[in-house]
Design a protein around this ligand. Structure first.
Ligand SMILES: [Zn+2]
Length: 1005
């Protein structure tokens, strides 16, 4: 399995790697029909030869995991891996040997040699894990070495030979170092996983260039850079990800190739319950509001299950402008609590993390305008949240689709009509806090004096709403749960945060009194989520803002309560130390919480997000160990992990395709938009409609095995899994962390505004089935040193300076390019060209790609090689023998057929002489229209209007017992210039076989 390329492992692939002198890895990619059961993997009966001589296999280890399982359609790909332990190791100092795995000689069919590999010292090793983007010369540099051999346990790797850095081009060694054991701690499972991981520290090597890390006996890593831009590359990629979350605006070239028009710009409705349009909204609210929160004292207020039970009824009834801000996650919702948190982290970064306020070169549309890009992203969100205030001062809880919970089948520009959800005190307090925090930011005040005055005014109005609510219902009685967002600690944490920010914004003692009354002890373990997670929820925002009140220039130190300040600072450092401890207990240096290990959980975990607490703590206690651990977290996301996969889209060599993001699910591209974080560690597979529990059932060893379960950091799969879904807050926290690192490298400086890439496409119509090579230029920029990603219609994505493709379908061929320099500057381009052929066999041996097959009247799709059809030897499909009208076909193919004026549509047919039908009808569909039909023989099928293009008489029945090409001019069925995406094959009585169907170009009949 090549973990260095963008292509998916294909079913049938079989590959071999020499992991060490005594361990071989054989990987086979397979699939499985839905019906059959999963059996434990059987080691294959094979012979192994080294240099042509048979060797004895002492033991075989096995593992199996689904590697690819997209949500939208069933496409199951399973990797089964066998680890052959050789009785006599290959001499690592000897000449390179060809190692072969052969099937037994008596096995009929199939190739003799299953797979082969070389044992040369610089062969690729999947056991050597590096940050696939690279390492910054001025930051720590570490790679990890370790490998999981399935039920054979962890690979034993001796530390004694040390390691070398070799020049990626020449192979010459440029640096040597020693390997040290780095054991994981905290897992209670037996055997304890990740006890043999080694770390290669080359921090004192600083020469820029491209290298591979070589371990004698193991081979060498994928190539990586030593380059000043690496940390900035992560920061720019996270900023691009936030750009992709923007709502109410278009995403456009040259800033991205993941384009869409402006989204959700229509006003949202206020759901009046008497209006049945909003039945869904109220049923959904009732579903959430009626379920009490589990981890806090019971709610005193009536459950919010109807308009009448709202403590804070809607005042404004007309439509509300809710445009702007950022989508909270991949499904375009906008939760006020998350919006407030997003603002908090962006503004905190600008005010309190050195270097981030100066970032005006992230590659966003606003870059280069003299204003901090991160500040502008925060202002976008603040302007949005300011729109959510009702006339009584309360803030709406959520902006949501009117008739469903999550948008799932559209890009955002075709998104749903929306509603606002009711107000509650938690959402209001969070919005008050965020607006007050903006209003007191010195940089924000300098750049946007008018806006901050408005924010503070709105924050005070929101506060007055909260005070009236508490006066009327009491503090405990004023809270109504809506969903679990912001429900932890009810509104207590948001109220404390609001009081804190208003005090810091105004110095008014009434807010300080409230803060001290509501949150007297910032070190109170009762405010630690699950008893161990410090600074959780809005408690953490209050602590962070207070701890940095004087540092950020909000209040003089003399205005702060010294003891309280010390407690807040203590928590900031303690949270940083927690993350540091977790990182140090992790063999791969990611700060995965020990408490999560103890309960064998994982989900919604993002390395740099978790590490960001150390970047904050560093501002109070500048410990070098924090920087080391932050880089470790960045490396983990960049591919320095057991599965050699990048967990931030748009980076790394091995990239995930299947992400929980509706733009990605519904756009034409195979790859998701760049800048989307993907959960780094997952506990288990999700139950999915097209697979049920198969993904779990396929796994060996079992994830939940009592002994030797599949270890956690190896549980990756390119499969849809909501436990890996991000929210924009994760992006902001991660941007804080890598922005902090970037500011410590020279790569942080240098102006940058995006420049469009130009793709050289053929001017003439290209033939289908013939290779074309595409090139790219970026005017004024040197693409040497850039990593270039290509995608095109019907093609696998690929890296490379050029892109050689073979057009498969006729019509317009889109092509896109994304060039990324080591410091994360990107150029995007998109273009298209035409491909066509005199003869297009569109339906030939298979339903065109993406098509949904269907049938009726007792018919079905049956493929056969009986009676070979012209013009090819592809399988033919059969209409079943049935009385009356029966048909089979497909709709919605993504491999469409572009029809030109003057083209002739055709289908090869062979009528069964023993059971001939009385009428044939062909139906073509173009989008939602099916009024494109032609018939032969009796006019008994009543589809369409007789004699029109919806039921065109094309001639008498052809003779039975031989192949005949049915033909009809495209114009006769109103398809000249149309794009056809479906076709139905319809008979009255009888039976027939079908060969290729497609079109013949004008003049080629
Ligand atoms: Zn939107």
């Amino acid at each position: 399995m090549d973990t260095r390329s963008l292509s998916l492992p294909a079913v049938g692939d079989c590959s071999l790697l020499v992991l060490s002198p005594s361990i071989l890895e054989l990987t086979r990619i397979s699939t499985k029909e839905r019906q059959s059961a999963w059996l434990p993997p059987e080691p294959p009966a094979v012979r192994v030869t080294v240099g042509g001589r048979p060797v004895v296999v002492r033991a075989i280890g096995t593992k199996r995991r689904v590697v690819y399982a997209p949500l939208a359609r069933r496409d199951l790909r399973v990797a089964t891996q066998f680890y052959f332990s050789l009785a006599d190791p290959i001499d690592p100092a000897g000449p390179s040997r060809i190692v072969e795995v052969r099937f037994p000689a008596d096995l009929p069919g199939g190739p003799d040699v299953a797979a082969s590999a070389g044992s040369e010292p610089s062969r690729y090793s999947p056991a050597i894990h590096v940050n696939q983007e690279g390492y910054a010369p001025t930051l720590p540099k570490k790679a990890m070495i370790g490998y999981y051999l399935g039920d054979a346990g962890e690979m034993e790797i001796p530390a004694s030979p040390g390691f070398a850095l070799i020049d990626a081009r020449t192979g010459d060694p440029v640096y040597r170092g020693s390997l040290a054991l780095r054991r994981d701690a905290g897992y209670q499972t037996r055997p304890t996983p990740y006890q043999r991981v080694l770390v290669a520290d080359f921090s004192d090597f600083t020469a820029p260039g491209e290298y591979r890390l070589q371990v004698p006996g193991l081979g060498a890593s994928a190539p990586f850079l030593v380059n000043d831009g690496i940390a900035m590359g992560f920061a720019r990629t996270y900023a691009l990800g936030l750009y992709h979350q923007r709502c109410g605006a278009a995403n456009e070239l040259p800033f991205t190739r993941f384009v869409h028009d402006a989204c959700h710009s229509a006003p949202a409705q206020v759901p009046v319950q008497s209006d049945h349009r909003f039945d869904f909204t109220w049923a959904t609210i009732a579903g959430y509001g009626g379920v009490p929160g589990a981890d806090h004292p019971p709610q005193i207020a009536p459950p919010l299950t109807s308009e009448a039970s709202q403590l804070y009824p809607f005042v404004n009834r007309g439509p509300v402008d809710v445009s702007g801000g950022h989508h909270d996650a991949g499904d375009y919702g906008k939760y006020t609590i998350n919006s407030a948190e997003l603002i908090h982290y962006l503004i905190f970064s600008v005010d309190s993390i050195p270097g981030i306020a100066q970032l005006d070169n992230l590659g966003l549309p606003e870059s280069g305008d003299g204003i901090s890009d991160v500040l502008q992203e925060a202002k976008r969100e603040a302007d949005y949240i300011a729109k959510l205030q009702d006339a009584d001062g309360g803030f709406y809880f959520l902006v949501y689709p009117e008739n469903r919970e999550y948008e799932s089948n559209v890009t955002p520009d075709h998104g749903d009509p929306q509603v606002v959800w009711p107000k509650n005190t938690a959402a209001t307090a969070a919005a008050v806090a965020a607006l007050a925090q903006c209003s007191s930011s010195p940089l924000f005040r300098r750049q946007y004096p008018g806006a901050v005055a408005g924010y503070l005014r709105q924050a005070r109005i929101g506060w007055a709403f909260l005070m009236r609510a508490i006066a009327k219902y009491g503090k405990d009685g004023a809270y109504q749960k809506i969903t679990f967002y912001g429900d932890h600690y009810t509104h207590d944490d948001e109220l404390a945060w609001a009081a804190c920010e208003l005090f810091l914004a105004t110095g008014d003692p009434q807010y300080r009194q409230r803060l001290l009354a509501w949150f007297p002890n910032p070190a109170d373990p009762a405010t630690f989520r699950w008893g161990w997670w410090r600074m959780s929820e809005s408690w953490g925002n209050a602590i962070r803002s207070y701890a940095f009140a004087a540092r950020s220039g909000r209040q003089p130190a003399s205005a702060l309560d010294a003891a309280y300040l010390a407690l807040c600072e203590g928590q900031v450092v303690a949270a940083g130390d927690d993350a540091l401890d977790w990182s140090e207990k992790n063999a791969y240096a990611t700060p995965f919480p020990s408490a999560t290990k103890a309960v064998r959980g994982a989900g919604w975990y993002f390395s740099l997000d978790q590490a960001s607490d150390m970047a904050v703590a560093y501002q109070i206690e500048p410990k070098a160990a924090y920087i080391d651990a932050l880089v470790g977290a960045m490396n983990y996301e960049g591919g320095c992990n057991p599965v050699n996969t990048a967990f931030l889209s748009g980076l790394g060599r091995r990239r995930q395709r299947e992400v929980v993001d509706q733009y990605a699910q519904n756009s034409r591209r195979a790859l998701p938009p760049s800048g989307i974080p993907i959960g780094n560690i997952q506990a288990s597979f999700q139950y999915l409609p097209n697979y049920g529990s198969e993904l779990r059932d396929a796994t060996y060893p079992d994830d939940n095995a009592g002994t030797g379960p599949f270890p956690f950091y190896d549980r990756w799969s390119d499969a849809y899994n909501v436990t890996t879904e991000f929210i924009a807050v994760n992006q902001a926290r991660s941007l804080l962390a890598c922005g902090f690192l970037a500011a410590r490298t020279p790569g942080v400086s240098g102006a940058w505004t995006s420049a469009a890439a130009r793709i050289d496409v053929p001017a003439a119509v290209s033939p289908i089935g013939a290779p074309i090579t595409l090139g790219v230029t970026v005017p004024g920029r040197d693409l040497a040193g850039a990593r270039i990603v290509w995608e095109a219609r019907g093609q696998e994505p690929a890296f490379g300076p050029t892109y050689t493709i073979v057009p498969r379908d006729n019509g317009a061929q889109w092509v896109e390019v994304e060039a990324e320099w080591p410091d994360g500057r990107r150029s995007f381009g998109a273009s298209s060209f035409k491909a066509n052929s005199p003869l297009v066999n569109w339906v030939s041996g298979a339903v065109p790609s993406g098509g949904t097959a269907g049938s009726s009247g007792g018919d079905g799709w049956t493929w056969s090689f009986d009676h070979p059809a012209p013009p090819s030897s592809d399988a033919t499909h059969q209409s079943n023998a049935a009385a009356g009208l029966h048909e089979h076909g497909f709709t919605g193919a993504t491999a469409t057929l572009a029809v030109g004026a003057g083209d002739t549509l055709f289908a090869w047919v062979r009528l069964d002489p023993a059971n001939p039908p009385t009428e044939i009808m062909l139906t073509w569909s173009s989008g939602s229209s099916r009024e494109h039909r032609a018939y032969w023989g009796a006019n008994t099928i009543t589809y369409g209007k007789s004699g029109s293009s919806g039921r065109h008489p094309a001639g008498p029945m052809p003779p039975a017992g031989r192949w005949v090409r049915l033909e009809v001019p495209a114009g006769a069925v109103d398809l000249a210039g149309a794009t056809v995406d479906g076709m139905y094959f319809c008979l009255v009585d009888g039976c027939a076989s079908w060969g290729a169907a497609g079109l013949a170009g004008a003049g080629t009949r």
